[in-house]
Design a protein around this ligand. Structure first.
Ligand code: KDG
Ligand code: MG
Length: 405
């Protein structure tokens, strides 16, 4: 087809508001498509994978061959899977779908199955340093129209807790040459966290959707205890209770509780989730488009999950760019089994670097009819903010033992 041949593929690493890695693919006809290749704390590894191995190989190919190009990179590398590889492949895949939409003059969702819904339920974060602070933040977010809120709270006796920053906005990556060290006590966490949900329900009633993230810190037995303790508060989901290398861990949890379970933000292929889905061990799959290898494989995952009553809940932190978030929104719009979308918003600088069509209103995210993904990259502006090394924290138990962050 006319206009479809790739002339160049470039990687831009910069820090407008925070570090982002952006792929820009240009066709001979001058059309431009973008993909997000940001992998928090490991940005340069993905940039190098793209610059050295993927970008040179797509020159001269047709942007319409997304399935073949994806497999060329996935099967063709021999070395499969992993967050660096799959984020790099995902960025190219998304940039090509963006181009397909622009050249065919239609929103990307029309190419993925068409509109299955008009708006998407979004959840955001209330990260309080203590219960009172958490309640204030929930109140604020409710007034800002959110109908679904992830609740995290400081734990008495633990100095630095996952998700609880100094300034309120969620940004775990800290600039510098060494990761920050946090500490952890599962005992203190499990004893305290149900009381937070008790207070939130008392104050705000039954209608508000409540979510919580355990950030991979429990054993299956501990996870089952937490899930049971939280049953009276009817969570929308309980996320990442255990590190999910062992998918079968979820059987021990799932069969003991009716609290819905969500997992998958660190997954990058269908093989990470296949048993969880086909054995119905979870309720929500949280893989996100940019880290899950792009739109092409995510469609397959959503379709598999649909067969097993599992809904999606794409990871949508502020450490993936608005390009990646928009890709999730097109994916969410097209599939039948959409559940919810995580949405944290972005700093003003990030918003200026990535002007976008999607918008948040009345607790939901909306897309417009604009062709492609509907996100631009203000490259000249973004390049004024050079990359600055930043690490995610590491985590130790109180006796110094290295633990899961
Ligand atoms: O970069 C890591 C963050 O994106 C992650 O910690 C956020 O757990 C997270 C979430 O649920 O958004
Ligand atoms: Mg999470």
């Amino acid at each position: 087809m006319k206009n479809d041949i790739i002339e160049s593929a470039e990687v831009i690493v910069c820090s407008p508001g925070r570090n982002f890695v952006t792929v820009k693919v240009t066709t001979k006809s001058g059309h431009i498509g973008h993909g997000d290749a940001t992998l928090n704390g490991r940005e340069l590894a993905v940039a190098s994978y793209l610059e050295n191995y993927l970008c040179p190989l797509i020159i001269g190919k047709s942007i319409f061959q997304t399935e073949d190009i994806w497999n060329y990179f996935y099967k063709g590398a021999y070395w499969r899977k992993g967050p660096v590889t799959m984020t790099a492949i995902g960025a190219i895949d998304v940039a090509l779908w963006d181009l397909k939409g622009k050249i065919l003059e239609t929103p990307v969702y029309n190419l993925l199955g068409g509109k299955s819904r008009n708006k998407m339920l979004a959840y955001t974060h209330a990260n309080g340093k203590d219960i009172d602070d958490t309640l204030k933040r929930v109140e604020y977010l409710r007034n800002a129209s959110y109908q679904a809120i992830r609740i995290q709270c400081g734990i008495p006796g633990i100095e630095k807790v996952y998700g609880i920053g100094e300034k309120g906005a969620y940004e775990p990556a800290i600039k510098g040459n060494k990761p920050l060290e946090e500490s952890w006590s599962t005992h203190k966490y499990l004893n305290f966290i149900p009381s937070v949900f008790e207070e939130v329900r008392k104050e705000f009633g039954a209608d508000l959707h409540l979510l919580h993230d355990s950030h991979h810190r429990l054993t299956p037995t501990e996870a089952a205890r937490l899930a049971k303790d939280l049953e009276p508060y009817h969570l929308f989901w309980l996320e990442d209770v255990v590190p999910a290398e062992h998918q079968e861990s979820f059987a021990q949890i799932k069969h003991k509780t009716v609290t819905p379970l969500a997992v998958g933000e660190v997954f990058n292929t269908i093989h990470d989730a296949q048993e969880l889905i086909t054995k119905q061990l979870i309720d929500y799959i949280r893989m996100t488009v940019s880290h899950g290898g792009g739109l092409s494989p995510m469609l397959k995952i959503a379709h598999l999950a649909e067969l097993y009553h599992i809904k999606t809940g794409c990871h949508g932190p502020s450490d993936i760019s608005p390009i990646a978030l928009a890709a999730c929104l097109h994916f969410n719009t097209a599939i039948n089994n959409f559940g919810i979308q995580e949405y944290m918003g972005y700093s003003e600088v990030t918003e200026e670097a990535f002007p976008h069509e999607y918008y948040f209103e009345d607790g939901h995210l909306y897309l417009t009819e604009i062709p492609g993904l509907g996100v631009d990259f203000n490259e000249d502006f973004a390049r004024k903010y050079p990359y600055e090394k930043a690490y995610l924290p590491v985590n130790r138990l109180e006796d110094g033992t290295m633990f899961n962050w």
